[in-house]
Each structure stands twice: as structure tokens, then as C-alpha cells.
Design a protein around this ligand. Structure first.
Ligand code: ADP
Ligand code: MG
Length: 768
């Protein structure tokens, strides 16, 4: 069943070669107790290692179960060591950081015995060797004799057919040696035991056969055997495999023995994670903060569609800064390139047609909080005051014309006006012709506004404003036809008092809500949509409009129209006189940021397939500002994360080094595991598992520390900017960072793990 045929083994050290076994042949019975005797250096250990599959012979053959082992694969040797052979060493070779019980279990763990079964078996064996009271101790809490008993129990764990003992009593006194020998003799009853010893007396007392060796050869064999036929195929070899959980457990126990160092490593490795986590938390928080701020302040900003649109996309912005990527820089030609005029590049003339207005009117109302179709209709208003008398009202807020109050398309909810303004007095009704006065957050208005309303007092009450009357004069009363031309009627008093004139009042006084600081300083006059409609309906068929429609010159100024100049065109004049019903600009107020996207999508859809000149462009200030700030924030984040990543890489390298040191420290353990049948793969797993544990702990630690650092960081930010709780950790970022940390440490642990798995088993066992 076990036979060595002409085995040769030579060791080479530098130029020197040592023949440890010279043409060595020996047969063993299935069941005998063989003692190998011989002086030091005669090749006994080499013989055992070759029989046990720990070392490889150079030539000859080792026959197991009739089968040559010449073509054995690594995995076959591993399986053979694991469940055919049990090793007992002179220096016990127990794994020091796991318990006695776990040491005995290890071989079974490697062969995949269930937890329950291996525990039961290990306890039985420990009882058999008389150590049932010590199963939870660590090996270094036992005496030498007790350690050797553990080693014997371990050797028996997988029920091997062969026990190989290399000077098992070499380190024990004679009394303990006898006890151990008795134990081994007991085992030898139904196994093949091959024991190397120096001690001739013990060998003669216990062994059934003594083989004496010298210089790698047999000197004497007192019970030589002939090959016995009935012993064929008596060994069972079954494959082994260590699970990752076992590897984890093994590494975890090992790490427990060096807690301080592991904690420091994990902490150092976590610094990169802390940095990145903090940066992400801050940028995440700032983004949320900016988003909220923009939503608050910009959601009320309208999308503007006017006859002249400024397109502000990235490409035109670049062009405005003179950046044209398509053109060569500093060309060496003597030619000059012609560039489009700046305004032409960025502006687009929109044709606001009836069709377009109809298209706009079909916008889903649920996205709107207000819409206004501005028309440049002139308002012929006359005011009266005691000290100034009758005056024509200048309908301008500073430079800009009075504004049209946006209408809310959703009758039963608040619109843009209700959301942004408090009505201090009166009541807004967009269906009634009238004016709205906005005061600043300090209840101020400009003196020019006061004058427009025919009021002159230094201070004035809401009631006085609401009671004040202005008179709207219609075109036919105001413009007198004189031959080919028209002149305005100067007799304002008669016009004011005429029955034809329509009384217009300030309907309401409004002021921006306290939380809408952006609008705080605005003041001025707005008018209701009904007022424009009234003026247009009354004036569109007036005499001056009819005449103007026929003439190519301005009937008031006598000037010829210049169609290319917007402000001096016939259309503008007609619009001013109230003949034009198409608005010159449209303000669309989205309900919120999401609605705005729906609206801009809808507006973009209009342009699908349209030619350049038929396209209608809109201006979305809020969108421009937010995309700009978002981009800047992203850029800053990327740069900072890149910097912190360097520390992450440094810490990965550090973990590689630490794992490598651990490999050096655990060389002995590697040897023991190999002797117990661990595959190279299993050894690799042990160290990858160690890196994995460090990776998980450093990742988690990093996230925890970052989470704690966020608290003071937020306090500092709050002091600087009065924004509370800015930094917020996104849980997804946290999970991704832990995964990155684990991946990096596993990668850096991979090389040391390979080194470990390639270590020679015999060499490893020899290290101390
Ligand atoms: P024993 O166990 O009988 O004392 P060994 O089998 O350990 O003897 O060694 C046999 C011979 O081989 C010795 O001369 C020893 O020096 C040599 N030898 C053993 N292992 C190695 C090795 N790994 N490298 C070089 N020489 C070795
Ligand atoms: Mg030896």
C-alpha cells in the first residue's frame, strides 16, 4: 500500500549538493509501527516529508494504492496530506492564535466537515489524549507534553491511514515521553505509524519494526516486508477546500492577537476615506443648499420670450468671450477673418405670430403659476392734483414702462402674485381695468410714481391712494386730425371731465412677502390685463389707427418709418396706438423647477424642424445661473476628491506592506496549514481575508470618523455663513467608499498573498 522505489533526493545550497536520500527503497505494511533510527543528518526528516507529500522526490517513485505519484497534481498532494496522512512534529507546530479545539478542528475545516461534526470529533479526540479540560486554552498555555497531545489529536482528526511522527518526544523528558509513546502505540493498532527517533530504547520497547538509516540509505531493517496483495487500494483520498469564511475566521483570530497594530493600520488607511467622505458631504450639502436657494429665489423668475432673445447657451457664451475652438490660434497668415457682430451672434429675432401665441395658450396649466402677454399699447391717462392741476401721466417706472400684471391660469390656487406679495390694501381683480401699486419692503415709492398718480404729499395713506382717480382718454378724443396728420389734444381739463373718459383707480397696494427678499426694493405701478384689453377694444377702430394703417409715415411725428429699426417701425406705432393684438413679449412663470423643465421642453418642441428664422428662442435666466453654479461646484469637488484619492492610494500601498509583514510573521502557520492539506489557494485566501478585514474596518472607520467630523464642520460653517447643517453625507456615497476601500486593500493584499501561497511548505515549517 505504501512503497518507496529508488527514491533520490538531493539538496543544493549554492555550489554544494547534499544527497539526503540515495536510491532509497522501502515497503510498509498497512498496519505497523515503524521506528526510523539514525544519526542526525542521515535523511530521516527528508524521508518523512517525502512520504507525507510535503516535499517532492527528485527521482524514483512513491507508490500509494498501487498508483505512482509521479504525475500527482498539486491538489492531489493537498488532498493526500489532508486526509491520508497525519503529521506529528518534534516542536508540535500548533497555530498559536487559535484555541486547542480549533487547532484540532483545522484539518477537518479544510476538508469541509460540518461545524457540528468537527466539533464533536475534536472533543472526542481531545478526550482520548486526556485534554478534555483544556480545549479552550491557547497552545502557549499548555506544557510541552500537552501540546504534543494536541498535535496527536490533530493528526488523527481526519482519520488518516498513516501517521508520520518526526522525533515526537525529542523535546520531552523521559516520563512524558513514555506517555506519548503509549498513546502512539495505541494509535498504531490500526494504522501505519512511521516514527523518526533518536532514542533506540524507546524504539525497541514500542515499535514493531526498526529501520536504521545512514547517509540517506538503509543500514538495517529488522522486520522487512514483502509486498502483500490484500492491501491494495486501501487509502482514501478526498479533495479539500477552505471556505472564505474559514479564511476570514483564521485571519480574524490572528488580527485579534495584534489589535493595536491593526487599529493603527485601519486608522491610517481610513484617512483617505475620511477626506473624500468629508468633501463629498460638503459638496453634497452645498449643492442641496444652492439648489434650495435657487428654487426659492429663482423659481419665481420667468421664462421670457421677447422679440429680441438673447441666447445664452454654452456655445454662444464661449463666443462672447472670443473663444472659438474651431479657429486656429495665432495663425501665421496675412489674412483677416471676419467675425459676426457680437449682438448678432447672441441675439435672435423672434417672430411672435398668432400661431405661436395659440401654441403658448396650450401649455399645460398645471405647470404655470402665472403668464403675461405684454403689449406696448400706450395709455392716455390724465391725473389731477390741486397744486399741479391736470397732467398727462408718464406711464413709466423709471426707465421701463409700467408692467402688466401676470394672470394666474389656475383660478382655485395661488399664482405668482399671491405667492410673492402681500396685499396691504384693496383687492386685485385682473378682470377689472385698474392699476396695482407695489411699495418696497419699507413701504416706499419713488416721488415720480407719486406724481404719476397725481399725488404730491410727503406722506400718504393707503386710503388716499385707493380713492385717487385717473382718467383714461380714448384715441378719438385725444388725437385731433389736422389734414394729413394728428396732434394730441392739449385741453386736459376738458378731456378729464368728459363723459367719454373712463375712470381708472388703484385696485390694490402690494408689498413683497418677507421671505422674498429678492423683490424687496422694487416699487412701481402695474396694470391689469383687463385694462390693456379695454384700451385695445376701444382704440383698434379709432380714426388715428385707421389712418395710420394706410400711411407710410408716422401720423404724429410726420417721420418716415424705418422698418429695419424696431422703435421707428409702423408695427410699433400701430401697437402703441392699440391696433396690435399680438404681444411683444411674454413672461411665463413656472410653478416650480420641475414645471420649468416641462415648460422649456414644450417650448423647445415648437422649434423642432423649424428653420433658423422661424424658431422662437426664450431666455431662461434661472436655468443659466443654476447650471453655472452646478458646474463650478462639480469642478471643485472633482479636484478635491482627486487630491484625497492620493492619500487613499498611499494607504493601499501601506496595507500591502502590512500584509507582507504579516505573511513573514505567519510563515510557520502557512507551513502548518500546508501540512494539514491546505491548498495554495487557501493560503492566498487567508491573506486576502486579512486585507479584506483591514479594508472593511478602515472603510467603516473612515465613514464613522467623517460622520463625526461633519458635526464640528457644520458648526464652523454655521458660524461663517449662518447656514445650519450644510454638510450631509449621502448614504450611497458612504457605501461606495467602503466598497472602494475594501477593493483597494484586497488588490494591495493580493501580491503578499501570492508570495505566501508560493512558499515552500517544508521551509515554512522550519522557520521559527
Ligand atoms: P535528519 O532528519 O536525519 O537529521 P534531514 O533529512 O533533515 O536529516 O537532512 C538530511 C541531509 O539533507 C542533511 O545533511 C541536511 O543538511 C540536508 N538538508 C535537509 N534539508 C535541506 C534543505 N532544505 N536544504 C539543504 N540541505 C538540506
Ligand atoms: Mg530531522
Amino acid at each position: 500500500m505504501l512503497e518507496l522505489r529508488n527514491i533520490k533526493k538531493t539538496y543544493h545550497t549554492g555550489d554544494f549538493s547534499q544527497n539526503a536520500l540515495k536510491d532509497f527503497s522501502l515497503e510498509f505494511r498497512k498496519n505497523e509501527f515503524v521506528a526510523i533510527l539514525g544519526p542526525s543528518g542521515s535523511g530521516k526528516t527528508t524521508l518523512l516529508n517525502i512520504i507525507g507529500g510535503l516535499d517532492r522526490y527528485d527521482s524514483g517513485d512513491l507508490i500509494i494504492n498501487e498508483k505512482s505519484t509521479k504525475k500527482f497534481k498539486e491538489t492531489e498532494w493537498d488532498a493526500y496530506r489532508n486526509n491520508c496522512v497525519g503529521f506529528i512534529f518534534q516542536n508540535y507546530n500548533l497555530i498559536s492564535h487559535i484555541s486547542v479545539l480549533e487547532n484540532v478542528e483545522m484539518g477537518m475545516t479544510l476538508s469541509g466537515v460540518s461545524k457540528k461534526n468537527k466539533r464533536k470529533k475534536a472533543k472526542e479526540l481531545l478526550k482520548r489524549v486526556g485534554l478534555e479540560k483544556h480545549i479552550n486554552k491557547k497552545p502557549n498555555q499548555l506544557s510541552g507534553g500537552q501540546m504534543q497531545r494536541v498535535a496527536i489529536a490533530r493528526a488523527l482528526a481526519n482519520d488518516p491511514d498513516i501517521i508520520l511522527a518526526d522525533e515526537p518526544t525529542g523535546a520531552l523528558d523521559s516520563k512524558i515521553s513514555k506517555q506519548i509513546m503509549e498513546l502512539i502505540t495505541d494509535i498504531a493498532k490500526d494504522k501505519l505509524v512511521i516514527m523518526v527517533t533518536h532514542n533506540q530504547e524507546l524504539a525497541e520497547e514500542y515499535a514493531t519494526r526498526i529501520v536504521k538509516m545512514q547517509d540517506g540509505q538503509i543500514l538495517e531493517d529488522n522486520n522487512q516486508t514483502n509486498y502483500e496483495k490484500e492491501e491494495k487500494n486501501s487509502f482514501k483520498i478526498k479533495k479539500t477546500a477552505m471556505s472564505f469564511v474559514t479564511a476570514l475566521n483564521l485571519s480574524f483570530n490572528n488580527i485579534k492577537t495584534k489589535k493595536g497594530r491593526t487599529a493603527l493600520t485601519a486608522f491610517a488607511a481610513s484617512i483617505g476615506i475620511i477626506g473624500i467622505a468629508l468633501i463629498l458631504a460638503l459638496s453634497n450639502g452645498f449643492k442641496i443648499e444652492i439648489d434650495n436657494f435657487e428654487k426659492d429665489s429663482l423659481s419665481d423668475a420667468p421664462i421670457i420670450i421677447s422679440e429680441q432673445a438673447m441666447s445664452m447657451d454654452e456655445e454662444t457664451m464661449m463666443k462672447m468671450q472670443g473663444i472659438d475652438n474651431k479657429k486656429e490660434k495665432y495663425p501665421s497668415t496675412n489674412k483677416i477673418e471676419i467675425q459676426q457682430d457680437m449682438m448678432e451672434q447672441v441675439s435672435h429675432t423672434n417672430k411672435l405670430t398668432d400661431d405661436y401665441i395659440k401654441y403658448l395658450q396650450k401649455i399645460d396649466k398645471k405647470y404655470l403659476s402665472g403668464i403675461s402677454y405684454q403689449k406696448v399699447t400706450g395709455l392716455n391717462l390724465i391725473s389731477y392734483s390741486e397744486n399741479k392741476g391736470y397732467e398727462l401721466v408718464d406711464t413709466k417706472n423709471g426707465m421701463m414702462p409700467w408692467t402688466l400684471l401676470p394672470t394666474n391660469p389656475n383660478k382655485d390656487e395661488n399664482g405668482i402674485i399671491e405667492n410673492n406679495y402681500d396685499v396691504l390694501a384693496g383687492k386685485i381683480d385682473n378682470n377689472v381695468p385698474g392699476l396695482i401699486l407695489q411699495v418696497s419692503n419699507r413701504n416706499q415709492i419713488y416721488s415720480s410714481t407719486l406724481k404719476q398718480l397725481g399725488l404730491t404729499e410727503e406722506s400718504i395713506t393707503f386710503d388716499e391712494i385707493l380713492n385717487k382717480e385717473l382718467k383714461l382718454v380714448l384715441n378719438d378724443d385725444y388725437y385731433k386730425e389736422v389734414g394729413q396728420y394728428f396732434i394730441p389734444n392739449n385741453d386736459l381739463e376738458t378731456l378729464y371731465k368728459s363723459d367719454n373718459s373712463i375712470t381708472i383707480k388703484v385696485q390694490a397696494i402690494i408689498r413683497c412677502k418677507e421671505e422674498k427678499e429678492m423683490l424687496a426694493n422694487n416699487s412701481g405701478v402695474a396694470y391689469t390685463n383687463a385694462l390693456t384689453e379695454l384700451v385695445i377694444s376701444k382704440n383698434k377702430d379709432s380714426r388715428i389707427v385707421t389712418v395710420q394703417q394706410e400711411k407710410d409715415y408716422n401720423v404724429l411725428t410726420h417721420q418716415a418709418f424705418e422698418e429695419e429699426k424696431k422703435e421707428n417701425s409702423k408695427n410699433t406705432m400701430l401697437a402703441f396706438l392699440g391696433a396690435e393684438s399680438i404681444p411683444n413679449s411674454i413672461f411665463i412663470y413656472p410653478k416650480d423647477f420641475k414645471s420649468k423643465d416641462h415648460i422649456t421642453d414644450y417650448l423647445d418642441k415648437y422649434n423642432d424642424g423649424k428653420t433658423e428664422s422661424d424658431r422662437v428662442e426664450y431666455t431662461d435666466m434661472a436655468g443659466m445661473i443654476s447650471s453655472l453654479s452646478g458646474n463650478i461646484m462639480d469642478a471643485i469637488t472633482i479636484v478635491l476628491v482627486a487630491f484625497s484619492s492620493i492619500s487613499l492610494i498611499v494607504s493601499s500601498i501601506m496595507i500591502g506592506i502590512i500584509t507582507y509583514i504579516s505573511v513573514l510573521e505567519r510563515t510557520k502557520e502557512i507551513g502548518i496549514l500546508r501540512a494539514l492539506g491546505a491548498r495554495k489557494k487557501d493560503i492566498k485566501r487567508v491573506f486576502i481575508a486579512e486585507a479584506f478585514i483591514i479594508g472593511v474596518s478602515s472603510g467603516t472607520l473612515g465613514i464613522l470618523i467623517a460622520r463625526m467630523l461633519i458635526i464640528p464642520a457644520n458648526i464652523i460653517i454655521e458660524n461663517l455663513s449662518s447656514l445650519p447643517n450644510v454638510a450631509k453625507m449621502n448614504p450611497i456615497h458612504a457605501i461606495i467608499l467602503i466598497i472602494i476601500s475594501v477593493t483597494l486593500t484586497m488588490i494591495s493584499g493580493f501580491i503578499p498573498a501570492r508570495v505566501a501561497s508560493n512558499k515552500d511548505a517544508v521551509e515554512s515549517l522550519r522557520t521559527e
